[in-house]
Every structure is written in C-alpha cells, then in structure tokens.
Design a protein. Structure first.
Length: 208
C-alpha cells in the first residue's frame, strides 16, 4: 500500500479492514482473531492494520459502531414512513428483521458481544445509544395512540428482548420450520401487546 494516502484513501482502507474483521470476528469470535490473522485475510503485511488502528479492540469498536449506525439509520428511515403510529411501528419492525437477517455478522457483533472498555471509544458509545433509541422511541406514539398501554421505555425493552431472542434462535437454526419464523414472530408480538394492556389495566385497578 502507498505510504502517502489521501483522507479518502485512508477511509477506504479502514472500511476494507473493518469489512474483513466483521466476518472473522463473527465467525470465530473476537478473542480467537489476531491482528496477524486479520492482515493475512486482507493480503497485507502484518503491520499494515496498525497503520490505521491502534489495536484489535479499536478495529472491533469501529466495526460495531458502523453496524450500530447502519442499523439505526434503517430504523429511523422506517419510523418516518407515511401512515399512522401502528403502520410506522410495523415498518420499524420489518426494518429491524431485514437488517438482522441480511447482515447477520454485524447483528451478532452489535448485540451478542460487548467490550469491557467501551468508554475508550466515544464513537461506539454514541452509535450504540443512537441505535437503542430507535428500538424504543416508536413506542411513545403507540402508547399515545392507545395501541399499547404502559411505560414506553419499559415496553420497548420488553419487545426488543423478545425480538432479539427470536432472531438469535433463528440465526442459530434452533427454531423449528413449522410454524415458520413469521408466524412465531407475529404471535409473540400479539401476545405481548395483549399482555401489556392486561398489566396496565391491573395496575390501574390496584391504584384506584
């Protein structure tokens, strides 16, 4: 690689390193991948990755931040779709599933892996916070419209946990093919929605 690179060139090389690292990290686990192995997969010298990243943790943080931003952008775009609150929520849900199943390596690194020193990487912290807001923010409109009942942040966390669990099981091949994923997902969403209304009504009766 040339010694003197433009900012555009540097960005392109960093993106290439991250693309290869994403696959290796997701397939083998971050702890099993070394900088030397990354260089070998890239077809460059062992020292080349160090010219663009301080260490492996920095590469992993960059990969995860990029994934969080792409994920958040997809959900934010879906949340701006035309229609009422329920239709927009449906669009957000579809965008979530589309991202997870079209980019499984990125999804796995985003949510199934954490870095103990994440505060070292402000871009990762920012991107992670952005993504989490998109996963629960649309709940406010659903509650305001009477479609769901409860505290929006709590509901967002619960629905997210359910969807994430189903996705992880599906990606791991642990869900049975019959009923199919779409049916299981739709049923689980319906059960959670009904449960949220029931819990809200019970709490109101207790408070009265």
């Amino acid at each position: 690689m040339p010694r003197n690179l433009s900012d555009t060139d540097v960005t392109a090389v960093r993106a290439r390193i991250c693309a290869v690292a994403e696959r290796l990290f997701a397939e083998r686990g971050a702890h099993a991948v070394t900088m030397r192995e990354l260089a070998r997969a890239l077809g460059v010298s062992a020292m080349t990755p160090y010219r663009y990243f301080k260490d492996k943790e920095s590469i992993l943080a960059a990969v995860r931040a990029t994934a969080f931003d792409a994920f958040a952008a997809a959900l934010e775009a879906a949340a701006r779709a035309p229609g009422n609150a329920a239709e927009r929520a449906g669009a957000v849900g579809r965008a979530y599933l589309d991202f997870a199943f079209s980019q499984p390596h990125a999804y796995k690194l985003m949510f199934d892996l954490s870095q103990p020193d994440e505060q070292r990487f402000p871009e990762l912290v920012r991107a992670g916070q952005r993504a989490r807001l998109t996963m629960t923010g649309y709940m406010e409109a659903l509650v305001a419209g009477g479609i769901l009942a409860g505290e929006p942040e709590m509901l967002g966390q619960i629905f997210w946990a359910m969807v994430h669990g189903l996705i992880v099981l599906q990606l791991a091949g642990k869900l049975r093919p019959n009923p199919d994923f779409a049916t299981v997902h739709r049923t689980a969403m319906s059960l959670l929605a009904r449960g949220a209304h029931s819990v809200d009504q019970l709490e109101k009766r207790r408070a009265s």
